[in-house]
Write a protein that binds this ligand. Structure first.
Ligand code: FES
Length: 154
């Protein structure tokens, strides 16, 4: 997702919320809605514009799981680490995805193709261990299948 209008977008959103209560969160929401994440430059500029310490802004961003600091990938991988999946070896699946894509959880690959999240229960524990890529659910996944599954995404 392009962020080239970042200054103008930020200015518009700040203008809208500046004098209202809870403005910091609403501005961060606005940026995340636009870009799918809160770009780092936004946090820096907000700190200067609102005269709020940068540490406070990061505190808010990290407190609410909703905010993301990384751009979303073209394909979003969610590996479940809920109890049922954990007991069936989900940690191995996460390891394998990390190894193959050279990213950690919460990160996006350099080419922007994949983003990895670890989640708690996808609601289909009978299929444990479960992972989801975009809207598609993969059940009873084995570590050795992951490379092949990922190859289907471009
Ligand atoms: S624990 Fe993984 S789907 Fe429920």
């Amino acid at each position: 997702m392009e962020t080239k209008n970042l200054d103008a977008d930020l200015e518009r959103i700040v203008k809208k919320w500046k004098d209202k209560k809870g403005s910091l969160i609403m501005i961060l929401h606005g940026m995340q809605n636009l870009y799918g994440y809160v770009p780092r430059e936004t946090a820096l500029k907000l700190s200067q514009t609102l005269d709020v310490p940068l540490a406070r802004i990061y505190e808010v961003i990290t407190f609410y799981n909703y905010f993301k600091l990384e751009p979303p990938g073209k394909h979003n991988i969610s590996v479940c680490l809920g109890t049922a999946c954990y007991l069936k070896g989900a940690a191995d699946l996460i390891d394998e995805v990390k190894k193959l894509l050279e990213i950690n959880e919460g990160e996006t690959t350099k080419d922007g193709l994949f983003h990895l999240d670890v989640v708690r229960c996808l609601g289909c524990c009978g299929l444990a261990p479960v992972m989801m890529i975009d809207e598609k659910v993969y059940g009873k996944v084995q570590r050795k299948q992951i490379a092949e599954i990922l190859q289907n995404y471009h």
